[in-house]
Design a protein around this ligand. Structure first.
Ligand code: HEC
Length: 174
């Protein structure tokens, strides 16, 4: 196959198809210009003019709401149980504060009851678990943990929901 030489004339053949080599019309120039202008406007608007960036703002607001406990709801706690970072931080907090009474895996200890058990589970909604953690059940030997802060108490709740779910699934498949 011969390589078409465009310098020979206006018409060349590419793979047997005649190709006419004509300058682009002025309309294409405008289109290109308009595209570049739009890109510039976007870049100025989203890259520079919107400090500190809507994504950062969203996370900052979410973190603040988590910190002051304003976000606690059944739905939110269930959702948190699907967030592996929250669950992991909840597990770490559990190991520090709860394990001594409730056992390393929530299976219960000499003092605290089993936190995986289905009886406990069916009776307590996520918000009830959260409230028990924050307020404790002092007369019954469960100290209040509100001083850990709402975010940590929510994360612990999320962790407890996951060990409860594991148990539920295990039972369902048996
Ligand atoms: C000093 C021992 C102790 C520690 C530490 C402790 N708990 Fe408890 N917890 C208990 C006891 C005792 C009960 C049972 C209270 C009762 O009889 O209602 C309980 C009950 C609970 C319940 C309610 C269970 C139910 O049947 O409804 C939850 C949830 C719970 N604890 C979570 C935690 C979490 C989370 C932590 C760590 C932040 C923690 N506990 C730390 C002793 C403890």
């Amino acid at each position: 196959m011969t390589v078409p030489d465009r310098r020979d004339g206006n018409t060349t053949k590419l793979g047997g198809i005649p190709v006419v080599d004509r300058p682009l019309g002025a309309g294409f120039g405008w289109l290109l210009g308009a595209g570049l202008a739009a890109a510039l406007v976007f870049w100025l608007w989203y890259g520079i003019a919107t400090p500190p960036g809507s994504v950062e703002r969203y996370f900052a607001e979410r973190a603040a709401a988590l910190d002051d406990g304003a976000m606690v709801s059944e739905e939110m706690l269930r959702e948190l149980a699907g967030d592996r970072f929250a669950v992991q931080s909840g597990e770490e907090a559990y190991e520090r504060s709860c394990e001594s009474c409730h056992g390393p895996a929530g299976e219960g200890g000499d003092v605290g009851p089993n936190l995986r058990s289905t009886e406990w589970i069916t009776e307590s909604s996520p918000v009830e678990i959260y409230t028990t953690i924050v307020e404790g059940r002092n007369e019954d030997g469960m100290p209040p943990w509100g001083s850990l802060g709402p975010a940590t108490c929510m994360n612990i709740t999320a962790y407890l929901l996951t060990i409860r779910e594991e148990r539920d699934e295990g039972e369902a498949s048996r």
